[in-house]
Design a protein around this ligand. Structure first.
Ligand code: GDP
Length: 360
């Protein structure tokens, strides 16, 4: 780690936390992200199935703006939040595992009308195995019979204004779901009643249609990660970067979509990537990102950057990327690095990717 002279200097150097969205199909994972972004990826997808991993960057100014009704003076130190969206469909379990492996914290989406479902349990098993923190978004609260809509409102305020019947139904369903988590060996509680954060996982009731609870979810994600993952989020210079997709982009040739987890990438950096016919050594021609709050997967105009700090979803253009392999690490060649050693390390990823493909 770099040496910082003061705590505030360290705070300024925090990287953005990475968050992924997991849960059973149809619980509203895509809709939640769409609501937060103000976009409509859900309706664009064939049958609503997310087929690739996506990445969206939310600048902290945007999060501050959206959470000020909940807590106007919240001290947010990270530069933003990078949200990774993994495919829900059964046949993409290798992509789900790849996406969730990158995140610092996960949102586990549960449909309040259905409780824990098969893929919720599968997600929980992945999270437990990796020891990943998570927050439960108890979604679709607007479907409680008689729910009155209060758009974008903090959940406690919205709940107070509901009828006794709605509040009762909510409490019954919540209690049932807390029991279901208990049966999986996990303690959970509404985040605003949770006195044992760290041991007891937080539940945030949300609606991805009308936005109740969304300010709560955003604020909790940022505050929790910056408080409990300070060391992990203190940027070091070490590059940690994973290739998500290899694809042809109009006007750019073959490009790679990557998630930069740690460190800084520059235009002109010499990189080493795992390739089907051996290590690929090339130079970054352009570093492209979608506009903030836009999806890396969705076609649009890109912003060009001279350098980019983690965490970000980035499209890299360079020569010779045709046979790059998704799911592997990207390395940057530094002045003291042995290129041959790096070529060897980069190819070690190939075996683990191949074994995952065999299993899925
Ligand atoms: P995913 O498979 O988890 O990504 O689920 P989607 O985002 O595709 O949502 C599945 C369905 O549930 C869609 O018809 C959504 O419009 C609907 N949906 C998602 N979130 C909510 C919500 O909060 N309230 C209501 N009423 N419907 C929702």
């Amino acid at each position: 780690l770099q040496k910082y002279s003061s705590a505030s200097e360290r705070e300024r150097n925090l990287r953005s936390p990475i968050c992924c969205i997991m849960g059973h199909v149809d619980t509203g994972k895509t809709k939640l992200l769409d609501f937060i972004r103000g976009t409509n990826v859900q309706e664009c997808e064939a049958g609503g199935i997310t087929q690739q991993i996506g990445a969206t960057y939310f600048p902290i100014e945007n999060i501050q703006q959206r959470t000020k009704e909940l807590k106007a003076d919240a001290k947010l130190n990270v530069p933003g939040l990078l949200v990774i969206d993994t495919p829900g469909h059964e046949s993409f379990s290798n992509l789900r595992s790849r996406g969730s492996g990158l995140c610092d914290i996960a949102i586990l989406v549960v449909d309040i009308m259905h409780g824990l479902e098969r893929q919720t349990i599968e997600s929980l098993d992945l999270l437990k195995m990796r020891n990943t923190e998570f927050v439960v978004a108890l979604n679709k609260v607007d479907r409680l019979y008689g729910w009155k809509t209060f758009r974008n409102t903090p959940i406690v305020k919205a709940m107070k204004q509901q009828s006794k019947d709605v509040q009762n139904e909510f409490n019954i369903r919540l209690t049932q779901i807390i029991t279901e988590f208990k049966n999986q060996g996990l303690n959970t509680e509404l985040y605003y009643k949770n006195k044992d954060m760290g041991e007891t996982f937080n539940i945030v009731p949300t609606s991805a249609i009308s936005g109740e609870g969304i300010p709560d979810l955003l604020l909790l994600l940022v505050q929790w990660t910056q408080k409990t993952m300070f060391e992990k989020l203190t940027s070091s210079n070490e590059i940690q970067c994973t290739v998500l997709e290899v694809k042809v982009a109009e006007g750019h040739g073959t490009t790679i979509d990557v998630v930069l987890v740690n460190g800084i990438l520059h235009e002109g950096d010499q990189i080493v990537v795992c390739g089907m016919q051996g290590a690929i050594v090339t130079t970054i021609r352009a570093l492209l990102t979608p506009h903030p709050m836009k999806e890396l997967r969705v076609k649009g105009t890109y912003l060009h950057h001279k350098e980019i700090k983690a965490a970000q979803g980035i499209k890299i253009t360079a020569q010779g990327l045709e046979h790059a392999i998704a799911g592997t690490s990207l390395y940057v060649v530094g002045p003291n690095d042995e290129l041959e050693d790096m070529k060897e390390s980069v190819m070690e990823d190939m075996r683990s990717v191949m074994s995952r493909i065999d299993k899925s």
